[in-house]
Write a protein that binds this ligand. Structure first.
Ligand code: ACM
Length: 509
């Protein structure tokens, strides 16, 4: 049975259930919404329009919402039984019913009649944070592409879409109080051609940009929520801020670089020096931005970036130096830590949780912060040992902007590195250094798609798949059941499902 991610427990019974034009779907009241969603998916997959009824006198597909199962299955787990007498999906939550339906869809033959193999499945995810990060700052991606990606995440029972909305090269979310963020900050005049570190430093001279209105962002949040995916928004600070500083020069450090304002929205790659200043007015500006962000995104987590903030401007700026003295801080690292603490207080007061890249450990970690460990596992280990929650995102296992094959000449240009499918499959998100208690702070992990060299949705999908199929199994299935050879046997059916959705997965090797 070609199910990805592999269920926790699966017993094949040898029975068969045949989906017919007169098969009905039966659901109790709390399961009705998920039952009609499943009916729609079955219609797409099989062409059959199955009616939704309160009861049935012939073999049916039955969805039952049963809160008593919460202890055993949590809100995402489910039980699925397929026999000649019918199909039963039972769960304590809507997410569980949805995942039971996703598994049922994967039991359908990719072609031909609707014979379903008899099974008894009990399935519960290993981790609660199963994610994909997409950078729309370097290259804007249209709404339709993001929705197709959300559909593909749902197919894999992934539940976090980390939306990287602001970058040096573009600010992509409408903020009503500060319209220039998108009027100016969403557009750049030109873009580097080829690799940033190649000797040829030319540009394409083609303007690039785009942004999401707040209505569009809400639409994506709702689209994702219907598929049990939380959209975690990221607003980068204090670094990766050049587009915002280009739009509002008062947010920057002009005194560190006299005569350079206004800056342009950045047109090339790498780490940029033009960061936010640490004035109270800038903190207030960013808190206003976060207020609008929290009104759009119900996510419990709000990401504030925190990575790659060069201290050059703060070192050269008399104002930043005065600020360090005023606040009684030792140096620029403590200023960055102070900056993130202001956001941590603000986000916590609003009932949400701050998450940031592992540089937020430098200069002291804000009290309520969750750490996203990208420079290897060490940030995650440090944070978990200090009692903070962590999300693992290490370059070595989950940076999907890296090459997929050692045959780089026959791959599209990528940022660097090599991350093969088998390496992703072999990833163990719990670092060996953690005790069992500390390991409970590891919420899960996510893949990163940074888009400096990824200009189109088709290329984005090429980088995501099939590596994301492997990561889904890392994050959902019991560690002891992982088996790469077995995964490879199940993979072609999953790729056929992706193809049917119009997803451009990598077809080689
Ligand atoms: C990162 O890759 N700068 C988080």
């Amino acid at each position: 049975m070609n199910i990805i991610p592999k269920p926790t427990q699966l017993v094949a019974t040898g029975d068969t259930f045949t989906l017919k034009a007169n098969t009905v779907i039966v659901a109790n009241k709390a399961a009705r919404a998920k039952a009609s969603q499943l009916a729609a998916a079955l219609r797409t997959a099989t062409g059959l329009t199955l009616p939704l009824q309160d009861e049935a006198d012939a073999p049916a597909i039955q969805l039952t919402h049963n809160p008593a199962l919460a202890t055993e299955l949590g809100h995402e787990g489910y039980r699925l039984n397929v026999s000649a007498n019918g199909v039963e999906i039972e769960a304590a939550g809507e997410a569980g019913l949805f995942y039971g339906g996703q598994t049922l869809l994967q039991l359908l033959p990719t072609q031909g009649e609707g014979h379903l193999p008899g099974v008894q499945i009990t399935d519960v995810p290993r981790f609660g944070w199963r994610g994909l990060h997409v950078d729309v700052g370097r290259h804007f991606m249209p709404m339709a592409a993001l929705k197709r990606m959300i559909d593909a995440l749902a197919l894999h029972k992934l539940n976090i879409f980390h939306w990287h909305l602001t970058e040096d090269q573009g600010w992509r979310l409408e903020i009503k109080k500060y319209p220039k963020l998108t009027e100016m900050g969403a557009w750049r005049k030109r873009t580097r051609v080829g690799h940033e570190y190649a000797s040829d430093k030319s540009f394409d001279n083609v303007p690039h940009g785009g942004f999401y209105t707040q209505d569009e962002a809400r639409e994506l949040v709702a689209y994702a929520a219907a598929r049990h995916i939380t959209v975690v928004p990221e607003i980068e600070m204090p670094g990766h801020a050049q587009a915002a500083v280009a739009a509002y020069p008062e947010l920057g450090n002009a005194d560190a670089r006299p005569g350079t304002d206004p800056l342009d929205v950045c047109d090339h790659w790498g780490i940029q020096k033009h960061v936010f200043n640490a004035e109270d007015s800038t903190i207030a500006f960013l808190q206003d931005v976060l207020t609008e962000v929290m009104a759009i995104f119900p996510s419990p987590f709000i990401h504030v970036g925190g990575d790659e903030c060069p201290k050059d401007e703060w070192k050269a700026s008399p104002r930043a130096q005065a600020r360090i003295r005023e606040l009684g801080l030792a140096d620029e690292h403590e200023l960055q830590s102070w900056f993130i603490r202001q956001m941590d207080n603000f986000i916590t007061q609003h009932g949400r949780r701050l998450v940031g890249w592992d540089e937020i450990l430098e200069g002291g970690l804000a009290p309520n912060a969750t750490v996203m460990s990208w420079r290897g596992e060490s940030g995650g280990i440090t944070a978990a040992k200090a009692g903070h929650d962590v999300v693992m995102a290490p370059t070595t296992y989950v940076y999907f902007d890296y090459y997929q094959s050692a045959d780089k000449a026959n791959e599209p240009l990528a940022i660097k590195g090599l991350l093969e499918l088998e390496t992703v499959y072999g990833y163990e998100p719990i670092p060996a250094e953690l005790t069992a208690t500390e390991a409970q702070h590891v919420l899960g992990a996510q893949a990163q798609l940074w888009t400096e060299y990824i200009k189109t949705p088709a290329h984005l999908e090429y980088m995501a798949f099939p590596r994301l199929c492997a990561l889904a199994e890392v994050l959902w299935s019991p560690a002891a059941s992982k088996n790469y050879a077995d995964f490879l046997i199940r993979l072609p059916a999953q790729l056929a499902r992706l193809a049917a959705m119009g997803v451009n997965y990598r077809k080689k090797g």
